[in-house]
Ligand binder design. Structure first.
Ligand SMILES: Cc1cc2nc3c(=O)[nH]c(=O)nc-3n(C[C@H](O)[C@H](O)[C@H](O)COP(=O)(O)OP(=O)(O)OC[C@H]3O[C@@H](n4cnc5c(N)ncnc54)[C@H](O)[C@@H]3O)c2cc1C
Length: 516
């Protein structure tokens, strides 16, 4: 193996927001003095990037008040928050700085609230203010509570949009993404300066000078594969309800309870999304090890979330609850202890193997700052410097076509007539946007890949109207057979035809049957 040409300088295992942020940050560099880009590969076991925890969270860019001064999470959260506006502008990812009120409902909450303010000050969180009830009501009419902590830098973002944006921009700058490719074993080099050999599903093997473990819930296993230390990770599920856009505008800001010291999450709360929905959640329930990637929702938690929703928004109708989902936190603290432990971002005992362990909240906020730390560790092995040819800007616009000013839409329809044809009625998504999503540069082709890129299927009917139209487009214009369609992961959309009507396979007859 020594002396043979390597596939990569850096191989990243896991294409969540953290792995993709690392890939993009490294892609901006070249090997000093050679004019050669770093060769970077990313392995992802799922059929698309961001299918793990990175698309299953509250999508809040946290300010940094929740973490004790001096811990790594405090630094990474504040730094990541600061980096987010520029990053989102470059990647065309929607972000809204709507601020957050952490609310003390009774006197017993006050010590916790003051603790958060002290932590925020020590961590360098800008613009914090304590507010009485009248001041809070000026921001959020009708809010209850005796004292609130206002953090104006708290924001909401599209979490899957950020991961996709980072990945597609990294790819545009030369990073290879290997989807449906799980790292199954890792042979570490016997000595510093050797290379890692990562054997993947499907029999492929990649060799790399450095390896980064960004495997989220599977980080403990991946570290053990490389002989780089064992970590216990407990999965703690957070379930949500998504509310219909009818309620858009009723929440002006983020409103959180004061968390208790042993709470595994930040408490159930209502979170507006950048797309105009409201999330209720997340719960925090530890789940068995074998279920760590099982993101099912449960009737018991759903009932509790509905009650919470009605407490905050008494006018909610049953039809306002349009969907539920869950995400699992990779925790370093066991259920009997609760609370949170700090992130691990370090070169392991195996030189050149970088471990990212226990990246739960605020991992989304921290991702760009974690990427900077990774870059600095990579620099210790490979001299790198920023290169001039890095294209930071992603083409297109943030959000959807229907959110653009009317004049811009009219111009775009003239050059691209498919912007004039609506496929998803609920979200007003056009055929052009669906086509761009299908033709995504990473080659991800599941229905969820299209949903996360174009927002089609995310509205009130959850794909009831546009789903069949997207499937028809993929069949007629891209040659997919419906039996080959996957929703996400391994769940097939169709198992066969309902009826054939005896009309044969002439293209004009193909709509006469249906698929189940
Ligand atoms: C309920 C909940 C709410 C949250 N809310 C927030 C929030 O509001 N703000 C915030 O900042 N953070 C929040 N977080 C935390 C945030 O979502 C995570 O910290 C972040 O998404 C972690 O990203 P990641 O890339 O480390 O992990 P992941 O997104 O899980 O990515 C890891 C990837 O590695 C892949 N993988 C695993 N094993 C292998 C293998 N062997 N080979 C190849 N690929 C592999 C997985 O398929 C996955 O895609 C929340 C988390 C949860 C669960």
């Amino acid at each position: 193996m020594e002396g043979a040409e390597l596939d990569y300088d850096v191989l990243i295992i896991g294409a969540g927001v953290v792995g993709c942020a690392a890939a993009r940050e490294l892609a901006r560099h070249e090997k000093t003095g050679t004019g050669m880009k770093l060769k970077i590969g990313v392995l992802e076991k799922e059929p698309d990037v961001g299918f793990g925890t990175s698309s299953r969270n509250s999508a809040v860019i946290h300010s940094g008040i929740n973490y004790a001064p001096g811990v790594l999470r405090a630094y990474l959260c504040v730094r990541g928050n600061m980096m987010m506006d520029k990053l989102c502008a470059e990647l065309k990812v929607p972000i809204k700085r709507i601020g957050k009120l952490t609310v003390a409902l009774t006197k017993t909450d006050l010590p916790g609230l003051y603790r958060q303010k002290d932590q925020g000050e020590a961590n360098g969180v800008p613009g914090m203010e304590l507010m009485d009830n009248a001041e809070m009501r000026a921001i959020q009419p009708g809010i209850e509570g005796i004292l609130g902590l206002w953090t104006p830098t708290s924001a909401i973002i599209s979490s899957y949009g950020l991961t996709i944006g980072l990945a597609e921009n990294a790819h545009a700058n030369g990073v290879d993404f290997h989807l449906n490719c799980a790292a199954e074993s890792i042979k570490s080099p016997p000595a510093r300066g050797g290379s890692f050999e990562v054997r993947c599903s499907g029999g492929r093997t990649y060799r790399s000078r450095l390896a980064i473990n960004a495997a989220g819930l599977r980080c403990g296993e991946v570290s053990a594969m490389a002989g780089a230390g064992s970590f216990n990770i407990w999965a703690c599920r957070g379930e949500y309800y998504v509310l219909d856009k009818r309620l858009n505008g009723s929440l002006k800001t983020l409103i959180y309870p004061v968390p208790g010291p042993g709470d595994p999450g930040l408490g159930i709360h209502l979170t507006p999304t950048v797309d105009g929905n409201i999330l209720i959640g997340p719960s925090a329930v530890y789940i068995p090890d074998e279920d760590r990637e099982d993101c099912r929702t449960t009737s018991g938690v759903a009932a509790a979330l509905r009650r919470e929703g009605l407490r905050f928004l008494p006018g909610l109708a049953a039809s306002d609850f349009i969907r539920s989902f869950a995400g699992n936190r990779p925790k370093r603290t066991p259920p009997e202890k609760g609370g949170n432990a700090d992130f691990v971002v370090e070169e392991s005992s195996v030189p050149g193997f970088i471990n990212l362990v226990g990246i739960e909240s605020p991992g989304l906020t921290s991702a760009p700052a974690i990427a900077e730390m990774i870059r600095d560790i990579v620099k210790k092995h490979i001299p790198i410097s920023e290169r001039s040819g890095f294209a930071a800007e992603r083409p297109g616009f943030a959000g959807t076509f229907s959110e653009l000013p009317l004049a811009r839409r009219a111009d775009l329809i003239v050059t691209e007539p498919e912007y004039g044809e609506i496929i998803c009625r609920c979200e007003q998504i056009t055929k052009r946007e669906i086509r761009q999503a299908i033709e995504n540069p990473l080659g991800a082709r599941t229905l969820s890949s299209i949903k996360y890129r174009a927002r089609a299927q995310m509205g009130r009917c959850q794909g009831g109207f546009c789903g069949p139209r997207i499937v028809r487009m993929m069949r007629d214009e891209y040659g997919f057979e419906p039996e080959e369609f996957f929703l996400r992961g391994k769940s097939r959309m169709f198992s066969g035809r309902v009826r054939d009507a005896g009309l044969g396979e002439h293209p004009g007859n193909r709509d006469e049957g249906g698929w189940v």
